[in-house]
Design a protein around this ligand. Sequence first.
Ligand code: DAT
Ligand code: MG
Length: 139
Amino acid sequence: MVTNRTFTMLKPDAVEKGHIGAILDKISASGFKVVALKLTHMTTADAKAFYAIHSERPFYGELVEYMTRGPIVAAVLEKDNAVEDFRTLIGATNPADAAEGTIRKLYAASIGENAVHGSDSDENAAIESAFHFAGREMF
Ligand code: DAT
Ligand code: MG
C-alpha cells in the first residue's frame, strides 16, 4: 500500500470564490507534490457514493446537494506522512474550530461548506484517489 499519498478536493465553494490558485499554492508551499489533478463535476450518484459512510447522518442530503452544485478540483498529493500532515494543514471540520493559518480557517465559510476535503487514512486515500482518477492519470 502507498502510504505517502493523500487525496483532496477543493469543494464547490472554494472554486466558486476563485480560491483554486491560492489553495494549491499553499498546498505546494507546505511541501506536497501534486501527482494527479483535475477540475470535475460530481454527479448526485458520485457524491452519494463518495460520502456513503455518512448516509445515516442528518446532513447527508445537504452534503450531497452542496458537493454537486458546481465543479470541484480533485487532486492526489505526495509527501512523507501525507494523510496526517494534510489534515493538519486543512484544519478542523468546522472552520470556527480550525487553527489559525489552516486552509479551512482561511477559506471555509461553515462546517457544511468547508472548502476542502482531506482523506482520513491511507486506506481511504487510496480508495478516494481511485474513485476520481484512473491509474494512468496519477504520476
Ligand atoms: P472531514 O471533512 O473533516 O473529514 P467528516 O468526514 O466528519 O469531516 O464529514 C464530511 C463532510 O460532511 C464535512 O467536510 C462537512 C460535512 N459535515 C460534517 N459534519 C457536519 C455537520 N455537523 N453539519 C453539516 N455538515 C457536516
Ligand atoms: Mg472525513
